[in-house]
Design a protein around this ligand. Structure first.
Ligand code: BGC
Length: 734
């Protein structure tokens, strides 16, 4: 008994005395301001400990500072789901059994939803899975601008318009970071093609840089508060973007006041002095695998490792450069792995699945619908032929770093069988590709002629044909590391469609891709949907849209040109794309995407912002709250929209602005507002679009700043960049 009392007393004394006398170091004290904690941690670290923190220790981690209890930082790709695990030192999949994920639709699909609220839910769900899997940084989202339909990674990005990408990227980041996981916006900047990406120097005007290529990154930093930015592989003004003084020190950290971590792409650092001085904080993936260089740890060979240490020791580089990097890395730690209040995350929940499905359903774009070909209600046809490899191919795999090990991926075929019944569906592959692989094309091994012959047989006997084709994330077909070689569909799909159409005219095409493709058969097919890499729920979402449970509401986040030469990058020939291997000249300047088509009067096949619905919408008369504004005002545009069709659905009201007499040439119109509106059948709603007059600005390269000129501006309420329903004119006063 006495012992028990003594033990209790001792506990009590410790319980009261310890907190009073034991002083928690400032950097571990949650109640202290973060900046003080950073300085305290920094002051305790040795030079070698600091050096260790600013480069990789494995493919996807950095070591932290074990002596001080500062944890390792763990990262994972990528924008669309949490990637599978890798072995420590190289690109071999680790073959864990618990590293599968929910595969969310690719970011082209997210952009096509035109729904920022969904973008937040997407980010939140992805961040939860990343957190549960022990990741501190998720290597996404990607917001490089879609400049050419050949670029291998467009599917990972948010389309051709800087405003759309900016609006969509902000809530994604906020959703991810609520989990105490850093988003890492990439690839900063001008990585608009994969061809020659490791070397190419992009020559672009200041105007185009500011008006087209930077805004989504700027929004990610200034509105999204992103905690990490990844540099791109290419160069700008002759210097690699990952350690580029203008881009990082002046723009990102200077003008935009970015206070997070600037990291390399994997292997995009090339020089110690530049990395040290030009704003790079963290070096990842340099071409050494920790094993082959014969030194105890080849990570020491990184530009920001031993070479940096030695230069500091020799006095060739000041230690304050290193301290500045460590401050940022510590700040990221306090936001993520040293934030004890962060939630624990969740993995593979029903909500995650629901988000993946919702984004997929809202992203699919209906492009053509002759005689109400879609929707195909169950019972309408007895024999539905489903043809094409993309009805069954796993499209969460491949593509490069955004590849995923999805816990499940429902194929379109599975979705359709579920909807229409096995007895009503007959499937034929029609064409075949090989398995996806990085940097090489693998042959399929199947006989192309017999695939075609049996598909044609199947089409002949069917009431309707649903053709699932497009691209597939194989090398050079929407994949990192290289671009497509033409806009044509691969694997003989055009010829196959031709043969199918000869035996059955009742054909609908569902294209799955992250890029525009040419469509020589367009006039002859009855229906066309642009679908995307839809992730885990692909099949269910596709079947619900085809079957009419959901009215399509996706809008094209890029223009589809009639011919490749009609696209802005290709119009100017090889100099403008892909360049000569050393330089690529962005001759299209600020006229990218619809800005190009509309200003140069080159009709696209399908315009930016376009997408049909199963229902119909009517617009009332639009009003603005005033007719004249000052530069700091916000214009309020209101319009009533009614669903006058037979089904519930969603309309995306788009607002394009045109300045009437600019002192420099401007695109004829630019998207400055949009809102997606859900309306039940028969319902009407008022939409209010608020556009700050500041958003009317252009980048005046004569003065190196954004200006809003006093002038008359046309506000165009539109359903796509080519379908303007109403125009209201306003004046901006000096
Ligand atoms: C890609 C990045 C990716 C990184 C890590 C690079 O090749 O360009 O987007 O995050 O690899 O996998």
């Amino acid at each position: 008994m006495k012992e028990k009392i003594n033990a209790l007393l001792a506990l009590l004394v410790w319980g009261v005395a310890f907190p009073l006398f034991a002083q928690l170091p400032v950097y571990l004290d949650d109640s202290m301001p973060v900046e003080e904690r950073i300085e305290d941690a920094l002051s305790r670290m040795t030079l070698e400990e600091k050096i260790a923190m600013c480069h990789a220790q494995s493919k996807f981690s950095t070591p932290g500072c074990p002596r001080l209890g500062i944890p390792e930082i763990w990262m994972s790709d990528g924008p669309h789901g949490v990637r599978m695990e890798f072995v420590w030192d190289d690109w071999t999949h680790a073959r864990w059994t618990n590293d599968s994920c929910t595969a969310y639709p690719a970011l082209t699909c997210l952009a096509a939803t035109f729904n920022p609220e969904l973008s937040y839910r997407y980010g939140k769900a992805l961040g939860e899975e990343a957190r549960y899997r022990g990741k501190d940084i998720i290597l996404g989202p990607g917001v490089n601008i879609y400049r050419t339909p050949l670029s291998g990674r467009n599917f990972e990005y948010m389309g051709e318009d800087p405003f759309l990408s900016s609006v969509m990227v902000v809530p994604y980041i906020q959703g991810v970071q609520e989990n105490g996981v850093a988003a890492c916006v990439k690839h900063f900047v001008l990585n608009n093609q994969e061809k020659y990406r490791n070397e190419i120097n992009v020559v672009v005007s200041d105007r185009a840089l500011n008006e087209i290529y930077l805004p989504a990154f700027k929004a990610a930093v200034m509105q999204g508060g992103v905690w990490a930015v990844m540099g791109s592989y290419n160069r700008y003004k002759g210097t690699y973007c990952s350690h580029n003084d203008t881009l990082i020190n002046r723009i990102l950290k200077g003008d935009w006041k970015f206070d997070g971590v600037m990291l390399t792409d994997w292997g995009s650092a090339h020089d110690t002095d530049e990395a040290a001085r030009n704003g790079l904080d963290l070096e990842m993936g340099t071409w050494t695998n920790g094993l082959t260089w014969g030194l105890s740890s080849a990570y020491d060979q990184y530009y920001l490792a031993r070479p940096f240490l030695e230069k500091i020791k020799r006095g060739e580089l000041p230690e304050r450069l290193l301290d500045e990097k460590i401050r940022r890395i510590l700040r990221l730690c306090f936001r993520t792995n040293m934030n004890r209040a962060r939630p624990f995350g969740r993995k593979l929940t029903d909500e995650h699945t629901a988000v993946a499905r919702k984004v997929a359903e809202e992203g699919i774009v209906l492009l053509k619908n002759e005689n109400e070909f879609f929707p195909i209600q169950p019972g309408r046809y007895k024999k539905i032929a489903v043809i094409g490899e993309n009805a069954v191919k796993k499209l969460t795999e491949g593509g490069g770093s955004s590849e995923l090990k999805a816990r499940r991926e429902v194929s379109p075929l599975q979705g359709l069988i579920e909807k229409y019944g096995k007895e009503n569906i007959v499937y034929s592959m029609g064409y075949a590709s090989g398995a996806p692989d990085y940097n090489r094309e693998l042959p399929s091994g199947l006989d192309a002629d017999s695939l075609v012959a049996s598909a044609v047989e199947v089409a002949k006997g069917a009431d309707v044909v649903l053709f699932f084709g497009g691209l597939n994330k194989n090398f050079r077909q929407d994949c990192e590391g290289d671009d497509r070689e033409s806009m044509d569909l691969p694997y003989g799909q055009n010829e196959l469609l031709d043969k199918i159409l000869q035996v059955n005219p009742n054909v609908g095409v569902i294209l799955i891709s992250g890029n525009a493709v040419s469509m020589p058969w367009l006039d002859r097919v009855k229906g066309l949907m642009q679908s995307w890499y839809l992730g885990s729920e692909a099949g269910w979402a596709t079947a619900r849209v085809i079957g009419g449970e959901v009215s399509p509401s996706g809008r094209l986040p890029f223009s589809i040109p009639r011919r490749l030469e009609d696209n802005s990058a290709h119009y100017f020939g090889a100099r403008s794309y892909p360049g000569d291997g050393k330089n690529v000249y962005y001759c299209d300047d600020i006229l990218v995407g619809y800005r190009w088509h509309d200003t140069r009067h080159i009709d696209p096949l399908f315009p930016f912002g376009y997408g049909l619905s199963y229902t119909r919408f009517e617009y009332g008369k639009a009003h603005v709250d005033r007719s004249a504004y000052a530069c700091c005002d916000t214009v309020q545009v209101e319009v009533e929209v009614a669903n006058v069709g037979d089904m519930d659905g969603a309309e995306t009201v788009q607002l394009y602005v045109s300045q009437q007499n600019p002192s420099l040439p401007r695109p004829v119109k630019e998207l400055k507002g949009f809102q997606k509106l859900f309306l039940r059948k028969g319902e009407k709603k008022w939409v209010t679009l608020n556009v700050p007059v500041q958003d009317f600005a252009f980048y005046d390269d004569r003065q190196a700043r954004w200006v809003v000129e006093p002038d008359r501006y046309k506000l165009q309420i539109a359903t796509s960049s080519r379908d303007v329903r109403q125009t209201v004119e306003v004046v901006v006063n000096p």
